[in-house]
Write a protein that binds this ligand. Sequence first.
Ligand SMILES: NC(=O)c1ccc[n+]([C@@H]2O[C@H](COP(=O)([O-])OP(=O)(O)OC[C@H]3O[C@@H](n4cnc5c(N)ncnc54)[C@H](O)[C@@H]3O)[C@@H](O)[C@H]2O)c1
Length: 368
Amino acid sequence: MKTVNVDLGKRSYPIHIGSGILDRSDLFQAHVRGSQVVVITNDTVSELYGERLVETINSVARTHIHTLPDGEKYKNLNAVSQIFDRLLSIPCDRRTTLVALGGGVIGDITGFAAACYLRGIPYIHVPTTLLAQVDSSIGGKTGVNHPLGKNMIGAIHQPLCVISDTRVLGTLPQRELRAGLAEVIKYGFIRDLKFFEWLENSHQSLLACDPASLSYAVEQSSRNKAEVVHEDEYESGIRAILNFGHTFGHAIEAFSRYEDYLHGEAVAIGMSMAAEFSRRLQQLSKAQAEQSIQLIKNCALPIDPPASMTPEDFHQFMSRDKKVDSGRIRFITLHQIGQAKITSSYSPEILRETIEHCIPWCSEVRAK
Ligand SMILES: NC(=O)c1ccc[n+]([C@@H]2O[C@H](COP(=O)([O-])OP(=O)(O)OC[C@H]3O[C@@H](n4cnc5c(N)ncnc54)[C@H](O)[C@@H]3O)[C@@H](O)[C@H]2O)c1
């Protein structure tokens, strides 16, 4: 087992990474507070791992399980309210620990319920998707969607620990695994050249779900995220580089009503657009832009925006993004592979040309 620490003073916590560690009650023993635990999960993950986890934690504290329906569409205040109903009826006091067993959706809901219940109770993440292990379970961002916007209601509430069992990734659908890989390679692009080079050589074993490669990828990604969160817990500066590819990606997700693309797939397209934008801004060399896009393709991820999306659609959806700063859309761009920067001053013409270049039918029209 490997452990990565998230260093946040009094709110510091470990991320334990290893195969089969879901069964290690000693890990829960070290972190559970109080005499009651409530595991929050969804029906898909509960079926696979619910009983096993309850058995593991039962030797440490009296453990209940609360199962929500599976899906992003249930990541709302109604789910949180249902959790409160359950906690109050058990009843649970301030020294109850919640455990999030699932992907990013369950993690975000559980963390937010923990942030609000009795003005804040402790919780532990047991992430079961690649995306949740390398990204959403680390850093304390919690929240739910509102009908008028994704992740609009939330809080920063750090967990007591993260327990990432890489063996559970074996049951993840391939498409979900690939979507998680998008967030893995993001760390190579934005701050870790050595990891980028390792990914160039290891993408096939990752796609084949090789346990050693997956463990290494989860560990290096967790380390990168932990370091960024340590530097800037509340995203007042450098943490924004984690949004590389996300401004274009969020526009694609919103345009397709969150139906056609998984988050990681939209981010993959967004990262290839951001690499092209960096090249056109003359920050990134042509060779490195091509090398970046090649890695995205090698991970079997998409690079082209939807054929029906126009440059105007991009502009409209990007202007509504949370990352808009006083009317100016901020982008994360690359100086070189392994080094990102926040860019809010750029020529709108270059942005437009980038988008036109990336939309296949636009570039065909321009070429004629
Ligand atoms: N808090 C943050 O910092 C942060 C960062 C990135 C994304 N997010 C959020 O994360 C969410 C996306 O998370 P996700 O990609 O994990 O999606 P998800 O939670 O919907 O999980 C994807 C699917 O995989 C299933 N699943 C989970 N683990 C499984 C396993 N081991 N075997 C088989 N099936 C399994 C789930 O039931 C679901 O159907 C979004 O809501 C996004 O906003 C949050």
